[in-house]
Design a protein around this ligand. Structure first.
Ligand SMILES: Cc1ncc(COP(=O)(O)O)c(C=O)c1O
Length: 393
């Protein structure tokens, strides 16, 4: 006797595709759970990150495709995808640190990362020492009296100052002293820099930014030089629950396919705009690593390949009020948070992305109160400059 209509409605057809062909794009497996024929096989699947899929917080085929793609792009042994960049930063820090550990962190970091470090320090007894990312300073801080640091935290291109640390030299210091190095590579993307190839242990990403690239998805990832680290962190991420959603992973994979094209365009436009801003009488300073004469210029040429990225910051001669008028005056670029999408955005870091830093920390990080951040998209560069020049006027 056929089953009743409610049973037939619930059990929609779900057969694997017939052998002989397969989908060209990555299948979106939007399933929270996976069915097994054997109870033992299901129990076994709970053991590690790579067993058959059991439950999508522990692993999912679409998410795994993203993880393997990212590992391939960064030259890593494995990766874990997260719900956001902050999920990745928090997952890695919580997965690697214990109470009493010491962290050395670059002074200029994304505000959200700074906030996690402040919380870990205040509530979990983790000591955080901020350093200028100079090899001698890092070595001196690492070997100063007290516990040897467990972790060094850097950004390839710092948000929002565009500072580029000398990764090969700093990572060599970390390696020699047995400190785990974590590099946030969100602003460079693996197109401009692959920190694992320069000696880093872990790379973290806000895939929300250039990797996904279309301002329509939040995501994060950690990529590991050694698969042992991925296996060590995986149980913590399963507990934290900040796992990537399959649809978010699918959108990110789709974005990644055009990443090199978008990076090429954004780098070329940002370099042109940086020069035009630098020559404009209303502009007091331009922060862009690929601009000759900038403090990070020589290091940027050594660490980044093919360009200085799409983020540039400017300080206007009229200070904070001029900055406000500028970000409210643009018409093609939009006043919005985030960066790395196809559309150009402007923002004021001190009151938004870096609001967690007090006046002293902002000054130490080189973020002037009136500094304005631009994320350069892939619109025509002359249209963009027309918009910015009008807003400056
Ligand atoms: C360098 C950097 N790391 C991490 C993050 C956090 O990423 P998400 O917003 O995806 O959580 C951001 C966000 O702006 C960022 O700029």
């Amino acid at each position: 006797m056929p089953h009743h209509i409610s049973t037939r409605a619930v059990h929609v057809v779900n057969d694997p595709p017939p052998p002989g062909s397969r989908p060209l794009s990555v299948p979106l497996v939007q399933s929270s759970a996976f069915a097994f024929d054997s109870a033992d096989a299901l129990a076994e699947a709970m053991a590690g990150p790579d067993g058959p899929y059991a439950y999508s917080r522990r692993g999912n085929p679409t998410v795994r495709a993203l993880e393997q793609t990212l590992a391939g792009l960064e030259g890593g042994a494995g990766a874990l995808a997260f719900a956001s960049g902050m999920g990745a930063v928090s997952g890695v820090l919580l997965g690697l640190l214990r109470t009493g550990d010491r962290v050395l962190a670059q002074r200029c970091l994304y505000g959200g990362t700074y906030a996690v470090l402040a919380d870990l320090s205040a509530r979990y007894g983790i000591e955080v020492t901020y350093v200028d990312p100079e090899p001698a300073d890092v070595e001196a801080a690492a070997t100063a009296a007290g516990e040897r640091p467990a972790l060094l935290l850097l950004e390839t291109i710092a948000n929002p100052t565009g500072q580029v640390p000398d990764l090969p030299a700093l990572l060599a210091v970390a390696r020699r002293l047995g400190i785990i190095s974590v590099v946030d590579n969100s602003l460079a993307s693996p197109v401009l820099c692959r920190p694992l190839e320069l000696g880093a242990d872990v790379v973290v990403h806000s895939t929300t930014k250039y990797l996904a690239g279309h301002s329509d998805v939040l995501g994060g990832a950690a990529v590991f030089a050694d698969d042992g680290l991925r296996r060590r962190i995986w149980p913590r991420t399963v507990e934290l629950g900040a796992c990537a959603d399959p649809f978010a992973a699918w959108l990110t994979l789709r974005g990644i396919q055009t990443l090199p094209l978008r990076m090429r365009e954004t780098c070329a436009s940002a370099a042109v705009l940086a020069e035009r801003f630098a020559a404009h009488p209303s502009v007091a300073a331009v922060h862009y690593p690929w601009l000759p004469g900038r403090p990070s210029y020589d290091t940027a040429r050594k660490v980044l390949s093919g360009g200085g990225g799409g983020l540039l910051s400017v300080e206007l001669a009229g200070g904070r009020e001029a900055g406000r008028a500028f970000i409210e005056g643009v018409r093609i670029a939009r006043l919005a948070l985030s960066l790395g999408g196809v559309e150009s955005l402007v923002a004021h870091p001190a009151s938004t992305s870096h609001r967690e830093l007090d006046a002293g920390a902002l000054a130490a990080a080189g973020i002037a109160p009136g500094l304005v951040r631009l994320s350069v998209g892939i619109e025509d560069v002359d249209d963009l400059w027309g918009d910015f020049a009008d807003a400056l006027g």
